[in-house]
Design a protein around this ligand. Structure first.
Ligand code: ADP
Ligand code: MG
Length: 326
């Protein structure tokens, strides 16, 4: 690297760490380890995510977009647990120390850390194929974290925001957008996912189970069903496809059928999918994000799709491989 490892850290990442005046950080970037204080009465929740060139993103993806996707995907896991973001560590493998790349990446990361009140507390920087890893840490009151386990038969299945947009954004990137309208919105939904932190926190006292939609609704819902099933009861779900929240931008570009299909299987929307007892619905507090009720937990061990009451299949492809317990 033309720029040495230490110089690189000092120039691009240490300033981010110094910008934070987080009392929970007793010692941040610069020593062999960070020293951290977990607040009284809180549990630490931790998650790690990687983006590898060629696997998760195309070569030449702009550095600021990579920062947004890495951050959004990692912090979304904190949202899904109902946690308050606290700290982030960063492991970068870079083919070269490109100053323009580092400038763009670290500037976007600084903005997001500031916005979500996360402190950069350390990392590792090596030379190698482009690969970016972020570990995020958050706090949740003891015993209050939202988990995938906990859904009950009869619970309503809800999702936040709109689904399928991220897949639409990817499609536009790969094959172009059919319409000029809405392309910026779909691009943003793909590159800059918004972790639903506030919603997750409110849901701590409401939801019985939660997950963030990273692999696709059917697949992520299957994780809730599996985690919530017990030796006595195998859970399934009934979904009303007409209730799936779709953006007008997605539908106008790709049509309703594709939009529905992507809402069910697309992934990377980083919205929250959660369950709650039906009697909670009329008494919900004002939520920081719009939510849609899209179905119900059942006791028949499969995910079944309905379109205005009629059983239906997913775009003719069937949905066998989304079976909860296969
Ligand atoms: P060590 O060799 O002891 O692991 P390093 O030389 O790798 O330490 O890192 C020096 C300091 O810089 C450490 O505090 C480490 O956490 C931090 N650091 C390294 N890379 C990054 C990065 N990309 N972002 C933030 N902090 C980093
Ligand atoms: Mg090191």
């Amino acid at each position: 690297m033309s720029l040495g490892e230490f110089e690189l850290i000092k120039r691009y990442f240490a300033p981010l760490a110094e910008a934070s005046s987080d009392a929970s950080v007793a010692l941040g970037v610069g020593d062999d380890c960070a020293i951290l204080n977990c607040p009284e009465g809180q549990q630490l929740v931790v998650s790690i995510d990687s983006l590898v060139e060629g696997t998760h993103f195309l070569p030449d993806t702009p550095a600021d977009q990579l920062a947004s996707r890495l951050f959004g995907a990692a912090v979304s896991d904190l949202a899904a647990m109902g946690a308050t973001p606290a700290w982030i560590t960063l492991a970068l493998s870079l083919p070269e120390a490109s100053e323009s790349w580092l400038e763009a990446f670290s500037t976007r990361l600084a903005t997001l850390c500031q916005q979500y009140q996360i402190s950069l507390i350390g990392g590792d920087t090596t030379r190698g194929p482009l690969s970016l890893t972020a570990q995020v840490h958050g706090f949740v009151p003891v015993g209050k974290a939202l988990k995938r386990a906990g859904a009950q038969v009869g619970d309503l299945i809800c999702v936040s925001g709109k689904l399928g947009d991220s897949r639409g954004g990817l499609e536009g990137l790969l094959n172009g957008f059919p319409e000029a309208e809405g392309t910026e919105y779909l691009n943003q939904r793909f590159f800059a996912p918004t972790p639903r932190i506030e919603l997750g926190q409110v849901l701590r006292d409401i939801a019985t189970a939660a997950i963030d939609v990273s692999d696709g609704l059917l697949s992520d819902l299957a994780h809730i069903l599996k985690a919530s099933s017990t030796g006595q009861q195998t859970l399934g779900a009934r979904l009303q496809v007409e209730a799936l929240p779709l953006s007008t931008e997605l539908v106008s570009n790709f049509g309703e059928e594709k939009a529905r299909q992507w809402a069910l299987t697309g992934g990377e929307d980083f919205e929250l999918c959660f369950t709650l007892p039906a009697e909670q619905l009329p008494q919900l507090p004002n939520l920081p994000e719009p939510i849609a009720v899209i179905g119900k937990i059942t006791d028949d061990a499969d995910i079944r799709l309905f379109d205005r009451g009629q059983a239906c299949e997913l775009g003719g492809a069937g949905y066998d491989h989304f079976k909860t317990h296969s």
